[in-house]
Design a protein around this ligand. Structure first.
Ligand code: FA5
Length: 342
């Protein structure tokens, strides 16, 4: 009888796998566990067993019943879900189905392509890749970066606010990852953090409400502006060729001191002056500077012992320059005719 019970269980487990219709599953269960079902038919023979043997067989029968019920429950859940999805017209994905040739395969967005290229370059220089939330706290986005609530620098980066959550903003830059990274990994630190940013501003060919930046930060003992220039030159030459020069001019950012505006020689006219660089011979591609002591303190780092630099590339701007895209708005448009070109 024990063998019969084991076989009964195996038989059910085998059959249940093949049934996908909820009603058919119910019928199968009744066939095995119903009043006139297979399990009861076996149990009827139990009366002829000795008391001890009957106890053992009874226990096994219960286990078999529980196993059958459990696998029935699981199969029924799956079947009902599939039926519901079918009713709602959800797409069934058959991963073995060959692609439709005329649609072709997709590819990475140009911003992602340039982002991955830069991630490779930075990891080869010993940088780690960090990440931070797009919905950021006002505190990390501004206050910890030396931009207190009443600071006029907040006007330059108006953003989107979330109704009912006054402490949260869509991050206006990737710089809050500086603080998050220092607090999480401590020093020495070498990281880059690419990501999406948001600003509430009128859009034009060079400005979008949604765009990408690539933040970078290096903190260690004895780090100077010369290290910063070396790293940024390496990036510029990687992007635009060996002859590219980097020019840094003072610019105010509350979270660095000194702060600079970084430009590279125009790759189109090689510094001669053209339409792309507005006849200046230079293209602006990043903001950077030596990390302000109070920002280091916010990150839990002692500014007497450590120094560092940080930079923020306009990643979307780099993509535009690399591919000669004349209007930033194409990049977030989702227009497949545009994206197919890259
Ligand atoms: C910043 O956002 C600073 N966080 C950069 C920084 C990091 C400075 C670390 C010092 C140290 P800024 O607002 O200048 O700086 O923006 C940096 C780059 O982001 C710009 O050069 C530009 O390429 C890009 N950018 C800014 N606003 C927009 C926008 N609305 N659309 C597209 N790109 C933008």
């Amino acid at each position: 009888m024990k063998e019969q019970l084991r076989q009964l269980k195996e038989e059910f487990l085998c059959l249940v796998e093949k049934v996908t219709d909820p009603e058919a599953l119910e019928t199968l269960k009744t066939e095995f566990l119903g009043r006139k079902g297979k399990l009861n038919a076996i149990m009827k023979e139990m009366a002829s067993l000795a008391v001890d043997e009957r106890r053992l067989v009874g226990k096994l029968a219960n286990e078999v019943k529980e196993a059958i019920e459990a696998s029935y429950g699981e199969a029924r859940g799956k079947a009902e879900k599939a039926k519901k999805a079918e009713k709602a017209g959800w797409e069934r994905i058959d991963v073995t189905q060959p692609i439709i040739p005329e649609r072709g395969t997709g590819h990475l967005h140009p911003v992602t392509q340039v982002q991955e290229e830069l991630e490779d370059l930075f990891t080869s220089m010993g940088f780690m890749i960090a990440d931070g939330p797009e919905l950021e706290s006002d505190y990390f986005n501004f206050t910890t970066l030396n931009i207190p609530p009443t600071h006029p620098a907040r006007d330059m980066q108006d953003t989107f606010y979330i109704e009912g959550y006054p402490g949260l903003v869509m991050r206006t830059h990737t710089s809050p990852v500086q603080i998050r990274a220092m607090r999480k990994w401590g020093v020495p630190l070498r990281m880059v953090a690419p990501g999406r940013c948001f600003r509430n501003e009128s859009t034009d060919p060079r400005h979008e409400h949604t765009f990408h930046q690539l933040e970078g930060m290096v903190i260690d003992k004895g780090i100077s502006l010369a290290h910063m220039k070396g790293v940024l030159e390496r990036v510029a030459q990687h992007l635009y060729g060996k002859d590219t020069k980097v020019r840094m001019r003072p610019k105010f950012y509350p979270f660095v001191e000194p702060g600079v505006n970084g430009e590279v020689t125009c790759f189109l006219c090689k510094g001669e002056g053209c339409r792309l660089c507005k006849k200046t011979g230079w293209l602006e591609i990043f903001g950077a500077g030596m990390v302000h002591p109070s920002v280091l303190r916010e990150g839990g780092v002692d500014p007497k012992e450590y120094s560092g630099f940080a930079f923020g590339f306009g990643l979307t701007r780099l993509v535009m320059l690399k591919y000669g895209i004349d209007d930033i708005r194409h990049l977030e448009s989702g227009d497949i005719r545009f994206l197919k070109q890259f």
